[in-house]
Design a protein around this ligand. Sequence first.
Ligand code: FCB
Length: 408
Amino acid sequence: MPKQKILKFPAGFLWGVSTSAYQIEGGNVNDWSQWEKLEARSKKLSAEGKKPADYICGSACDSYNRYEEDLDLVKNLNCGAYRLGIEWSRIEPEQGQWNLKEVEHYRQVLQAAKAGNLKIVLTLWHWTLPLWLTAQGGWANKKAVEYFVRYVELIAGELGSYVDYWVILNEPMVHLANGYLTGKFPPNKKNIFQACKAYNNLTKAHLMGYGIIHKKFRLAKVGLTMLTNYFEPARRWCAGEWLIAKLANHCWNDRFVKKLKNKFDFLGLDYYFHDRIVWYPPFKKNLNASVTGMGWEIFPQGIYKVLKNYKKFNKPLFVMENGLADAKDNKRAKFIIEHLKYVHQAIGEGGDVQGYFYWSLLDNFEWADGFAPKFGLYSVDHKTFKRSARPSAKVYAEICKNNAVEVD
Ligand code: FCB
């Protein structure tokens, strides 16, 4: 038997799981649901041999109705925290008209989470927009800031007392890159000028949202999440590759955060990617010795690197998302353990990492990739909505219970 080493995490370390409103709730009407149903998109998917129905979010995991069951699953994992989202388009389906029934719905969800003794991490914007705002140009329109701030104000006033950690924006860079440069996500643009406008408006939205929440709750913990990549020069001696890796790190991981001028109380890192940079197109050549169901390289030491990189901001750090698509569940337990080993190392070297959230609680709607990727600790039958624990759920539950991970 190989010798086992137990790595203890600091007292009070927050163990959790992450979800987002659109990906699990079902029944939402917004820019994504509109885009998913476009005829041109269905045709394209059919031409690629895919079933368009698998790419329509529809009822998702029906978590809107099954939130109590979901909260029980979070508790079964021995998690002390749950990250979930609010869907703006439910709260403000028409411009300036609040749907207070939906506010009440979220109040019940949050009350139930509190009754279960869970700390709440609440995401206010996770990529989706109400249709009326999409029609006005989404984040590229400067008015979006004012509209968003109004929504933040309402949620803070109505639901703020339940919230332990606020994530104002989820991964703004992903929305900008996929929405405005590659065109893979709504609003499906390839327009650098609009991307720049949206970039500025998103930073303003964060800054103003931060101010509003703090005005109501002086001690609130308000932050954001960033999709962090570890960019590594393929050959350290190659100045070109080193330079591109540095530049990529600045543009992708750091720049948006720097623009916020310290107006955040913690940073949420989402870690899935490592890019091995070469100086020639397409500028990346990963070894891919082991990959996830998404084809993403498994590179656990990268989480240590991105945590180290964010140490310079001198704020508490949370891994707000880390996980993999693994339908057979034969890589997930090892994946979690290996990543945690490196999180532990970062803490050991003085990193102020205060929590780890696995993505995701459930198999859910993985955006442009539809229902095929299976990220859940619990699988979901999308016809009956039955949730079933995968074997790795037990492993994660043990880790959360012991506040420790056992490694080779
Ligand atoms: C992150 C997103 C999350 C999920 C995971 C796999 O970038 O925030 O919604 O799609 O990737």
